[in-house]
Design a protein around this ligand. Sequence first.
Ligand code: ADP
Ligand code: MG
Length: 299
Amino acid sequence: MSIQVVGVSKIYGEQNALDNVSFEVKPGEIVGFLGPNGAGKSTMMKIITCYLPQSMGVVKVCGFDVTQEEMEVKKRVGYLPEHNPLYLEMYVKEYLGFIAGLHKIKNKKEKVAGIIELVGLQIEQKKKIGALSKGYRQRVGLAQALIHDPEVLILDEPTTGLDPNQIEEIRSLIKKIGRDKTVMMSTHIMQEVEAVCDRVIIINKGKIVANDTSAHIRASNQTLITIKVEFAAPILSSDLMGIKGVLEAKNVSGNLWLLQCKTDVRDQLFKFSLEKNTSVITLQKEEEKLEDVFRNLTN
Ligand code: ADP
Ligand code: MG
């Protein structure tokens, strides 16, 4: 087992940030650790990476105990913290060389060059970290986590704060890295888990509420798709209800409608507007709210 967590609790003062948490991650898996802010994701990740002791329970990484065999664990774990503290005044190469030195890596130069290539930092490698975009800083963070070639990668909200293009790039990079490593990444976005992970562990208020493949979790939480659509001209609700997949059509104001649908009908809405001799002014699919998933799981 790459990660074993058995009966772990963490108490901050009087608050139970983690409450009897248990789960396992197998070698080679990419597991999503999903939960709203304050759920306990970062706390769990700090415990796995030896940055914080648990109050109760046992955590093992590649069979080594995080409290008793810290050095063995640290050799095998790469960690990208939530607020990745990078040295902004350092150059990319210099910083990675410095991290390689901390790990006492022998062929430092080749290692740094290899990792720069792996995370796609070639064109930015001569710049100061402070001069990089957030997406490229995150690549430096990933490089830092990977430089000692760990078996297990712990990534705390690796895409938070990035723009949509950067998110896509970092996600595919994680998938690429995940081909030969065990990865556990936290996120508060349901869609992210589906895009990247084999399995998802959902945590809410310090407790695990689900642990399954994302397809299974979605299937058991059949929530409806909400689509917001605005037409250029008035439309009848009965006509909207005639579109296959639309279960409910609510008029918000003017020609703005909120549709509850079984399937994503955005494509049909364009055809529909043409048939009705009008056009679509706004079209928006509302993201499934994590809160809805939790409500379904905890009820
Ligand atoms: P997440 O990463 O899921 O947002 P965290 O693990 O950061 O959640 O936090 C879980 C809970 O523990 C939160 O309610 C948070 O306020 C609390 N917490 C986190 N760190 C500390 C700390 N150092 N001292 C006291 N409470 C903390
Ligand atoms: Mg966090």
